[in-house]
Design a protein around this ligand. Structure first.
Ligand code: D41
Length: 674
């Protein structure tokens, strides 16, 4: 590079970093991953070092930390907050140890305190005579913002120190962060309400602390972890860092449970391996480890250079966010028919693994991110969760970026896709025919409360579907003995048993048959109500929305699931095939409600029933014409009392209301063939 090129590059880097700094620190809306920011920053540092004549007081390298916002009062730290040097590998760490030894002029083994580097917001808490009087952000290290009101709302911040042996004036240093679970929950709620979604827990913590209304801060799941004390004139009462932390714990602070002391760089490297392996399992984000010379005496001897102590270093972990290219978006169909957009990425190393796929959740998320194929996106991978696309790098969008549309048809089976009002998920309506849903649908079809096909377990269903021996439940009835006995772990005998069970299952009831179809949200109770209301399968298949809405317990959502299901020709074909195979049931005589056996009666169900849920019991009673109430009164005809029935049972006995147990209830149902 010639001089003019260097000058131009430096200016480009400064402009970009200044812009990103503003977005990150002032607006809480980072536009590039931290790792990318760091790379640009280091490139600028290197260029400025090589060309000292080009240094400038307004360069981002001259300003460690962010702007002090005007909305909060500016305060001066009693003891300046130092910064930390970074190392990225073993060599860096060994150099660090060697530098210390040379500086001390001694080859004696060193003891290091090791602790996770919390990925939060650095903070200083000032206690006077044990009382929290001020909390301030780090700012530029000398001056920060007074955010006392906000910090006081955080449960893990002691408002008064415990014990009594603390110094009259004490500054505690720590990090305020948001645990991952709280972050996910908060974002999920924000998504549902179409509110601002944060990119990562660190930004969520920063945004939460920067609220002028401390009630908002109070509602955010923030935590404080502390890692040190600062005393005017450096009069530490303790001999080593680990003792400092023990004292802080005693005074009521949360210190890391991962704190260890180790010997030398070798010990540090072992700890690095240990914590890197544990990283995904921790409930909060950490971006590395901080190693500190444990002896306070040695810390004093070592001192610091340009505001970073010589006795401490941060060993960084692989970044949890990286930038990469979104090559394509594909749609996957889950077992329940949910169609999920999946991002196909230019492989990128993030959070310790190479990632080439990431979830995009649903169509709302695609729109919220405004993501397009061809975009450069930021991928986040933290914890044991699936990598996510968290942001688009808008300035890198090519002119031919392609808008993503949700498929109108299932990519697996071609059935129409459906998106229910008020729900975020788009689903395939293919039900019985869709390969993605096939084994799930067949398992349900065969289950005890559905067609009750004994011996058709999950494993066999999976094998049959995998070998394409069955595509939908109708195919079950054309399986033959040779095919079945040819399967692993299936002898002649069990093959014959299964065939017998299939034959036996053909005689069923309308409600079981409807339930076995696996229509979304049509459980046993609704299936029964549908059967009672319509009496035969044709009437149900041809029912309009309005007609469906007349069935007890069927609302607009369930009605639309039912309608969509039967609107699919595939599903109708499967039903025809089943009937053609010999599946049959007696039609139900649709009675005028006043003719039903329990018409005019009011029933109550209480306690735990063994054979069904209370909702199912309720549906069965309704099918017999009874009204089902929530509480016992003089008007109650009968009470069904399951196990551990409580106050309702007592009240019924007091009022002389008839009480029947589960056994008697089942007998009653049997008498009426329900
Ligand atoms: O957990 C942390 N983020 C952390 C930050 C930590 N465990 N220890 C730290 N120690 C220091 C020194 C050694 C300078 C007292 C730190 C930081 N500093 C720090 N955090 C932000 C800037 C510096």
């Amino acid at each position: 590079m010639n001089d003019a090129d260097v000058r131009a590059r430096i200016q480009t880097l400064r402009d970009a970093l200044t812009e990103h700094n503003h977005k990150y620190y002032v607006l809480d809306e980072p536009s590039i991953p931290d790792a990318e920011y760091d790379r640009l920053f280091h490139e600028l540092v290197a260029l400025e070092e090589k060309h000292p004549d080009l240094k400038s007081p307004d360069s981002p390298t001259q300003r460690v930390g962010g702007d002090v916002l005007s909305a909060f009062e500016e305060v001066e730290h009693v003891v300046p907050m130092l910064s930390l040097d970074n190392v990225f590998d073993e060599d860096g760490l060994r150099d660090f140890e060697q530098r210390i030894k040379s500086r001390l002029g001694s080859d004696a083994p060193l003891v290091f305190a090791c602790e996770p580097k919390l990925d939060g917001i650095a903070i200083s808490l000032l206690y006077e005579r044990g009382l929290l009087v001020r909390a301030a952000t780090r700012g530029d290290g000398k001056r920060g913002e007074d955010i006392t009101n906000n910090v006081k709302t955080i449960a893990s911040v002691p408002l008064r120190l415990r014990g009594s042996d603390w110094p009259d004036e004490l500054e505690v240093r720590g990090e305020i962060y948001m645990p991952r679970a709280g972050f996910e929950k908060m974002n999920a709620a924000a998504r549902a309400k179409d509110e601002k979604v944060f990119v990562n827990p660190r930004n969520a913590a920063a945004g939460s602390l920067r609220q002028l209304d401390s009630k908002i801060t109070a509602s955010r799941p923030l935590e404080l972890g502390v890692y040190g004390v600062a005393l005017r004139g450096d009069k530490s009462p303790f001999n080593c860092h680990s003792e400092n932390l023990n004292a802080l714990a005693k005074w009521g602070f949360r210190v890391s449970p991962e704190l260890r002391t180790v010997k030398g760089a070798d010990g540090c490297l072992d700890y690095y391996e240990y914590l890197l392996n544990k990283r995904d399992a921790l409930p909060y984000d950490i971006d590395g480890i901080v190693f500190k010379v444990d002896s306070i005496d040695l810390q004093r001897k070592l001192g610091f250079v340009s505001r970073a102590p010589r006795w401490a270093v941060a060993h960084k972990f692989p970044a949890q966010e990286e930038m990469t290219l979104l090559r394509d978006v594909e749609f996957q169909v889950g077992r329940t028919g949910a169609i999920t957009p999946v991002a196909r990425l230019e492989p990128v190393f993030v959070g310790g693994v190479t990632v080439s796929n990431a979830t995009l959740h649903n169509f709302d998320e695609i729109q919220r991110l405004d993501v397009r194929v061809g975009d450069t996106v930021i991928i986040r991978r933290a914890g044991d969760v699936i990598p996510q696309v968290v942001q688009v790098v808008a300035e890198k969008r090519p002119s031919d970026a392609k808008i993503i549309e949700m498929p109108t048809h299932c990519p697996v089976c071609g059935s129409e896709s459906e998106r229910v009002e008020g729900e975020a998920v788009t689903r395939c309506t293919g039900g019985l025919i869709c390969a993605a849903q096939r084994s799930q649908a067949i398992k349900h079809f065969a289950s005890r409360k559905a067609m009750d096909i004994e011996g058709l377990g999950d494993k066999i269903v999976e094998v049959l579907v995998e070998r394409e021996l069955i595509k939908h439940p109708g195919d079950l009835f054309s399986l033959d003995r040779d095919t079945l006995s040819g399967l692993e772990r299936m002898g002649q005998k069990s093959a014959q048993n299964l065939l017998d069970a299939l034959e036996k299952s053909k005689a069923t009831s309308l409600q079981r048959f409807i339930y076995s179809l696996g229509i979304r949200e049509v459980g046993e109770a609704t299936a029964l109500n549908l059967a009672q209301h319509f009496g035969n399968i044709d009437a149900i298949m041809n029912a309009s929305q309005e007609a469906l809405l007349e069935v007890s317990d069927v609302g607009p959502i369930v009605a639309s699931h039912i309608e969509h299901f039967f609107a699919e020709a595939h599903n109708r074909e499967v039903i025809e095939a089943l009937i053609a195979a010999g599946v049959h049931w007696p039609d139900i005589e649709v009675k005028d409600p006043s003719e039903l056996p329990l018409a005019g009666q009011t029933w109550v169900v209480t306690g735990t029933l063994e054979s069904m849920t209370r909702d199912e019991a309720k549906a069965k009673l309704q099918a017999l014409g009874a009204k089902v109430a929530g509480s016992v009164s003089a008007k109650t005809t009968s009470l069904v009392a399951g196990a551990s029935a409580g106050s309702k049972l007592t009240k019924a006995e007091k009022l002389g209301v008839e009480v029947i147990d589960e056994k008697a209830f089942l007998t009653l149902l049997q008498e009426h063939s329900i």
